[in-house]
Design a binder for this molecule. Structure first.
Ligand code: S3P
Length: 173
């Protein structure tokens, strides 16, 4: 693990980036940055409100700015929004600033986890429950070519958050 660089967790919504990121920050004694929360704090609005006010492209521009602010921060564990790696040159930017880990979760498992909160998520709102796995599979198929550029991939299906965190530690060691 390069002590001078960030650790980025990337992956689809519901893949465990925030939970695992928090645990990893404690284990590595690094600060934790959640880019979605950073944007919400800076803008004084929730993610759904920002999507509503600015549209997706406006939100992606904010994500890009937020990512750039990491350049000036101490080596941290950074959890990113699910779409961030797929816009602009964000994968290259992250790889330049540190190690990237893709938490890879199957569409069926993601649908199971996201089902209760789908209505609160701008990109899943309005999708009927039976369509959720197929909708997620379709989004994932467009995104995976970005996610798979990560330095490391951890398959999370069937693993607890602690087990995923331990795998992160093992690959970074
Ligand atoms: C998004 C994922 C969300 C949030 C926004 C858009 C996406 O973050 O940035 O709702 O495009 O997949 P999480 O992956 O942290 O839930």
């Amino acid at each position: 693990m390069d002590a001078n660089k960030h650790i980025f967790l990337i992956g689809f919504m519901g893949s465990g980036k925030t939970t695992v990121g928090r645990m990893l920050s404690e284990s590595t004694d690094r600060p934790f940055i959640d880019l979605d929360h950073l944007i919400e704090d800076e803008q004084g609005k929730t993610i759904p409100e920002l999507f509503e006010a600015l549209g997706e492209s406006g939100f992606r521009a904010l994500e890009r700015q937020a990512l750039r602010t990491c350049e000036r921060k101490n080596p941290s564990v950074v959890s990113t929004g699910g779409g961030l790696p797929c816009f602009y040159d964000s994968m290259d930017v992250m790889k330049h600033m540190g190690a990237t880990i893709y938490l890879k979760t199957s569409p069926v498992e993601l649908a199971r986890r996201l089902q209760p909160e789908a209505a609160k998520r701008p990109l899943l709102k309005g999708v009927v429950l039976e369509q959720l796995p197929a909708h997620i599979a379709s989004m994932l198929s467009k995104r995976e070519s970005f996610y798979l550029q990560a330095d490391y991939v951890i398959e999370t299906d069937g693993l607890s958050d602690t087990a995923v965190m331990q795998r992160c530690l093992a690959i970074l060691r």
